[in-house]
Design a protein around this ligand. Structure first.
Ligand code: MG
Length: 346
């Protein structure tokens, strides 16, 4: 097994602003694992507020003894090994996990979605996310999103209702709302939720701060719209804690340390009766296809990474009726990636 990696700066098409942060680019670490003539590809997306960086990722990768990544992969043992190297760093662990899955699919000549037991016919639509912006630019972005089957709006500024009204003056597609912990008053939030319900909003992510489960649970008990925990839910151990606090959870590979644990989280959430949104960070087609392989097992998908970036080094997968298309190709189904990756390395 050979491990190689390279940093890559992923550029966003538009400055992206959410309740507490704003950025125009995201540092990535692209990873390759090579075994018996096959190459598995992985990716870490390290948005600044999650605490990882090119430096922490490099340090982590340099600690890995590739002899611990023996084929056939025992993901439970491998994840325990990666967790033993450092307690956090879920994004760079996800990069290794995604590369292992891609490699395993190629070695077995099976698509990842098949290895994970997904039915492509159950793929949910992917929402297209629009960040906080001036009214003019915001309206332009809504027009740009006309072809998508669901739109996700980042709320948490002073003019939340105005943003929704702007969307509704342009399109009637289902709306998802993400407050990114930006709401603070229970009663005001509930009033807004009832108003959002009338506007056709179908889910709300992380209304209150993650450190206040009581307020989030108070809203969940009263909301006519499903409330989904995102910042509050990172890895498997958090799923149980989300039960009773949220209607559902937002699983992202960059939080869950990859596909193996994301699948465990899906199964755990189903046992607990929680709904599931599968989301993403700013990502290339690599991590997006990894999440898409699990998306048919989820209720909603917010896998718009490649749609919001301008220098994705990989081919963008096909989308039909607002849904990513899972193809019958070994591994993740990345096309022409070898060529792109080697160009970056050079
Ligand atoms: Mg969110």
């Amino acid at each position: 097994m050979k491990l190689t990696f390279t940093p890559f700066e992923l550029q966003l098409k538009h400055r992206f602003t959410i309740a507490k942060f704003s950025r125009t680019a995201t540092p990535l670490m692209l990873v390759q694992l090579e075994h018996e003539g096959h190459i598995g590809y992985g990716e870490a997306s390290m948005v600044p507020y999650m605490g990882e960086s090119v430096e922490t990722a490099t340090d982590f990768l340099n600690k890995i003894d590739v002899n611990e990544l023996k084929y056939r992969f025992n993901y439970a043992e491998i994840m325990a090994y990666l967790d033993s190297l450092a307690p956090d760093n879920p994004a760079i662990k996800a990069a290794i996990d995604i590369a292992l899955h891609d490699l395993e699919g190629k070695l077995l000549n099976q698509p990842c979605w098949q290895l994970l037991g997904s039915n492509p016919e159950l793929m949910p639509v992917t929402s297209y996310t629009i960040g906080i912006d001036t009214p003019e630019i915001f309206a332009q972005k809504v027009h740009d999103a006309a072809g998508y089957k669901a739109i996700k709006i980042k709320l948490g500024s002073d003019n939340d209702k105005k943003l929704i009204e702007t969307v509704r003056s342009i399109t009637q597609v289902p709306l998802y709302v993400d407050a990114n912990q930006g709401w603070s008053n229970r009663e005001q939030s509930l009033d807004l939720i009832y108003w959002l319900y009338e506007q056709g909003v179908q889910l709300i992510e992380q209304p209150m701060v993650k450190t206040d489960p009581d307020s989030n649970a108070w809203l969940t008990a009263r909301s006519p719209i499903p409330i989904v925990g995102d910042e509050a839910v990172q890895r498997l151990a958090d799923v149980e804690r989300a039960s009773g606090v949220y209607h559902g959870i937002n699983i992202k590979l960059m939080k869950s340390a990859g596909m193996y644990e994301a699948k465990l989280m899906i199964d755990k959430a189903r046992q607990l009766g929680l709904k599931i949104l599968i989301g993403c960070m700013s990502e290339t087609s690599c991590a997006t296809l990894a999440a898409a392989a699990l998306a048919p097992q989820c209720d909603w998908a917010d896998l718009d990474g490649p749609l919001l970036t301008s220098n994705n080094p990989f081919n963008i997968p096909d989308m039909e009726d607002g849904k990513w298309v899972l193809i019958d190709m070994a591994g993740l189904g990345l096309v022409d990636m070898e060529h792109s990756f080697n160009n970056i390395v050079l």
